[in-house]
Write a protein that binds this ligand. Structure first.
Ligand code: FAD
Length: 439
């Protein structure tokens, strides 16, 4: 039984919402997750890079073993020329991670990650309500009402919007902010890139397993990796013009796009045509990949986390990691508030906690976001300068390979967040973690 002095309504049961739920469960804070889909356990979804600092977060809540069982490891990254498939650089970056931090770099299907987080929740039937699409949020003096499309009203103290890039919580929060402050930030999420992700059979497309191939310089970046059974791919191409509205592509649109990039080489001897020919079309999706960064992360009793507040394309594999570390920082603030207060905190106290969460995370997330933005523009450019850079300079100046990945480890990975209230005997490597918790 929870002895919580407040109740949190989490909107969205994606990786970030379910991680928040796990973190609140450990803090003994009462919560309910509202998910619009009929099930949390959707089989489809992209392959996610889980960085070592994020693997540590999972270890802390007791989920390292199931993660390692479901995930697989990459050993090498090979950058290739999208023109002829030639390998331009080889990096062993992934392989250094265990030595640097004590945790590996994992690749896991979104569906497996969600399944693991969901399975770890106690009393799932009451804590997670599916088929509940949030359509309105009304704060009042002592709490907040959340209204669902089916007419249900859920009562809580605060709302955490983890409902993704097209967040309804964000729109509702912004509407409330306009009414009370006149500030209209608008929707910052815009797409300048679109692309396919999906799977193909490794038996038919011969690709070296355990290697991430990143083909660039042909106007589209194609990332491709093979496990023993399956080949996973993601492509990104600039859109003719920037779009704000959500576009849902049909099969015809998907085929047209696939044809347009068919001649791009992925790795030696393989073009995208071959991958597409053997793709399992039940797994392929064409999507616009939005980019955006919100200035106001909270208002009144509502706070946002994950893709709802900062979104980059998938090119650097850091979107979810960024969201999960923000979720940990937010959970820390809520746990402190819960521990310090004998009664339900006031809206002002919640606001102070939300403001602190944003202060802690904003500059960290913005740096990752800005790096992702410039990376996708660099790798999808078709220019002589980029070709020269990839062929003659990058092999010597590759930041990922330098001194066993030490730059990325020092500048990014070691700053990973942690739930400060859970004693944890973490693993470590040659680089110490900056943020530690009680042992
Ligand atoms: C092709 C691709 C590859 C990627 N690769 C990586 C990677 O390698 N590493 C990485 O870290 N990130 C990666 N990302 C990014 C990552 O997928 C996202 O950052 C992550 O899924 C965000 O999680 P989230 O929980 O914030 O949002 P989402 O995953 O979008 O989940 C939001 C949830 O909210 C629900 N919802 C929405 N609206 C409502 C509503 N009104 N009411 C109730 N529920 C609602 C949705 O149904 C959904 O379940 C990739 C993304 C793509 C597209």
């Amino acid at each position: 039984m929870s002895n919580s002095n407040f109740r949190v309504i989490i909107v969205g049961a994606g990786p970030v919402g379910l991680y928040v739920a796990n973190a609140l469960q450990q803090a003994n804070i009462e919560f309910v997750v509202l998910e619009q889909e009929k099930t949390v356990l959707k089989p489809a979804g992209q392959l996610l890079f889980v960085w070592p600092q994020t693997v540590r977060l999972f270890d802390q809540i007791g989920l390292l073993a199931p993660m390692q069982e479901a995930a697989f490891q990459l050993y090498q990254k090979k950058r290739t020329s999208g023109i002829d498939g030639r390998v331009t650089t080889t990096s062993n970056f992934w392989g250094f991670m265990r030595e640097n931090h004590g945790y590996p770099f994992l690749l896991i299907l979104r569906s497996d990650l969600v399944r693991i987080l969901y399975a770890n929740l106690k009393r799932r039937d009451t804590h997670v309500r599916t088929d509940t699409q949030v359509i309105d949020i009304v704060p009042h003096a002592h709490g907040i009402h959340v209204k669902a499309k089916d007419g249900a009203v859920v009562e809580g103290s605060i709302v955490i919007g983890s409902d993704g890039v097209h967040s309804e919580t964000r729109s509702l929060m912004q509407r409330l902010a306009i009414q009370s402050t006149g500030v209209d930030e608008g929707n910052p999420m815009q797409s300048s890139f679109y692309g396919l992700f999906g799977r193909a059979s490794i038996d038919q497309v011969k690709i070296e397993p355990g290697v991430l191939f990143e083909s660039r310089g042909a106007g589209t970046v194609i990332q491709c990796s093979g496990t023993r059974r399956t080949l996973h791919f993601v492509t990104l191409t600039p859109l003719p013009s920037r779009v704000t509205e959500r576009i849902r592509y049909n099969t015809e649109g998907m085929e047209t796009y696939a044809t347009s990039i068919a001649d791009v080489a992925v790795c030696p001897g393989v073009t995208f045509r071959e991958i597409w020919k053997h793709a399992d079309k039940s797994t392929t999706v064409l999507v616009n990949q939005e980019e955006g960064f919100l200035s106001h992360w909270h208002h009144d009793r509502i706070v946002l986390v994950g893709d709802a507040v900062h979104k980059v394309t998938s090119v650097n594999g850091l979107g979810m990691t960024c969201g999960l570390h923000s979720a940990a920082a937010l959970a820390n603030e809520l746990q402190s508030l819960s521990a310090a207060m004998p009664h339900d905190p006031t809206a002002m106290l919640f606001n102070q906690a939300f403001a602190k969460y944003q202060r802690i995370r904003e500059s960290e997330c913005r740096a990752i976001w800005a790096a992702g933005r410039s990376m996708v523009r660099e790798v999808t450019r078709r220019s002589r300068v980029n070709w020269l850079w990839d062929t003659y300079f990058l092999p010597w100046l590759d930041m990922e390979s330098f001194a066993k990945g030490i730059l990325v480890s020092l500048l990014l990975i070691r700053y990973g967040h942690i739930l400060t209230y859970i004693p944890f005997d973490e693993q470590g490597g040659r680089i110490t973690w900056v943020r530690r918790c009680k042992r």
